[in-house]
Design a protein around this ligand. Structure first.
Ligand code: NAD
Length: 253
C-alpha cells in the first residue's frame, strides 16, 4: 500500500480508524472523512499520523456537494485516488417497522445508501481516467438476515449490495473493482443496539455470544481492516462485484 491514496469514510469510528491505521502503517496516504473535522483531527492525533500523509475532511456523506469537494481535495493533494473505503454508517433506531417515522427512514437512506452513491459517483471519474481503482463498501450481515427492530438498516445495507454490483459491472472494463464487506458483530460504538436486540447482558455474555457467533467472540475492527487491505490490494485482482462476510460465522446460525 506504499504511496497508495485511499479515502476512508467513517474514519473516526471503530472500523474506520482501524483501517486508517492499517493503511498508514503500510505507507498509504489517507483522506479521513467523518461528520466533523474535530473528530477527524482527534483520530489523526491519536494515531500520530504524519501531517504530510493525511488529509482531514469534515464531511456529511449525505451532502453531495461536500462529498464532491472532499474527493476533489484528495485528488488535488495527491494527483490520484487508488482506493475508496465507503464505510460511514449509522445504526437503526431500534424501532419496529410500523413505528418508524419518515425522518427515521430518510435519515438511514441518506447516510447509509445515498452516502455510498455520492462517494462512488465522485471517485469514479478519477478512477476511470487513471484506469485503475478499488472501491470497498461496508454493508452488514443485517442485509442478509434481519432481526426485529432494524428494518431501515437492513434495507439500506441490502441496497449497498445492488449498488456495488452495478458499479462493478459498469466499471470492470476500466480496471476498477468494486466489492462489499458484510461485518457481523464488530466491537465498536455501534454494537450496543445489537446487544440489546439479542438480549446480551454482562452476566450471560460469553454463553450468549457463543450461541450467536460460532467463533465465540465479537469481531474486532482490525478483522475488517485486514479484509479491506486484501480487497484494495493486487492479491484480490480477480475479485469484483463480490461481498464477503466478516462475521465469525454469525450468519450460519
Ligand atoms: P462507529 O459508530 O464506530 O463508526 C461509524 C462512523 O461513521 C462514526 O465515526 C460516525 O461519526 C460516522 N458517520 C455517521 N454518519 C455520518 C455521516 N452522515 N457522514 C460522515 N460520517 C458519518 O461504527 P462502526 O462499527 O465502525 O461502523 C462502520 C460501518 O460498519 C458502518 O457502516 C456500520 O453500519 C457497519 N457495520 C458495523 C457493525 C458492527 O457490529 N459494529 C456490523 C455491521 C456493519
Amino acid at each position: 500500500m506504499n504511496r497508495k491514496v485511499i479515502i476512508i469514510t467513517g474514519a473516526a469510528g471503530g472500523i474506520g480508524k482501524a483501517t486508517v491505521k492499517a493503511f498508514t502503517e503500510l505507507g498509504a496516504y489517507v483522506t479521513l472523512v467523518d461528520l466533523r473535522l474535530v473528530l477527524v483531527e482527534k483520530t489523526a492525533k491519536e494515531l500520530q499520523l504524519d501531517p504530510e500523509k493525511y488529509l482531514a475532511c469534515g464531511c456529511d456523506v449525505s451532502n453531495s456537494s461536500l462529498v464532491n469537494a472532499c474527493v476533489k481535495a484528495t485528488y488535488d493533494k495527491w494527483g490520484k485516488i487508488d482506493v475508496l473505503f465507503s464505510n460511514a454508517g449509522i445504526s437503526s433506531q431500534s424501532k419496529l417497522l410500523v413505528d418508524l417515522t419518515d425522518a427515521d427512514i430518510d435519515n438511514n437512506i441518506n447516510v447509509c445508501l445515498k452516502g455510498n452513491f455520492y462517494f462512488f459517483r465522485a471517485v469514479l471519474p478519477y478512477m476511470i481516467a487513471q484506469r485503475n481503482g478499488s472501491i470497498i463498501a461496508t454493508s452488514s450481515v443485517g442485509a442478509l438476515r434481519s432481526h426485529e427492530l432494524m428494518a431501515e438498516y437492513s434495507a439500506t445495507k441490502a441496497g449497498i449490495i445492488g449498488l456495488v454490483n452495478a458499479a462493478a459491472v459498469e466499471n470492470a472494463k476500466y480496471n476498477i473493482r468494486v466489492n462489499a464487506i458484510y461485518p457481523g458483530g464488530i466491537q465498536t460504538k455501534m454494537i450496543a443496539p445489537f446487544e440489546f436486540v439479542n438480549g446480551i447482558t454482562d452476566d450471560n455474555r460469553e454463553e450468549k455470544l457463543k450461541q450467536l457467533i460460532p467463533i465465540g467472540r465479537y469481531g474486532q475492527p482490525e478483522d475488517v481492516a485486514e479484509l479491506v487491505l486484501f480487497l484494495a490490494s493486487e492479491a484480490s485482482r480477480n475479485i469484483t462485484g463480490e461481498a464477503i462476510r466478516c462475521d465469525g460465522g454469525e450468519y450460519l446460525f
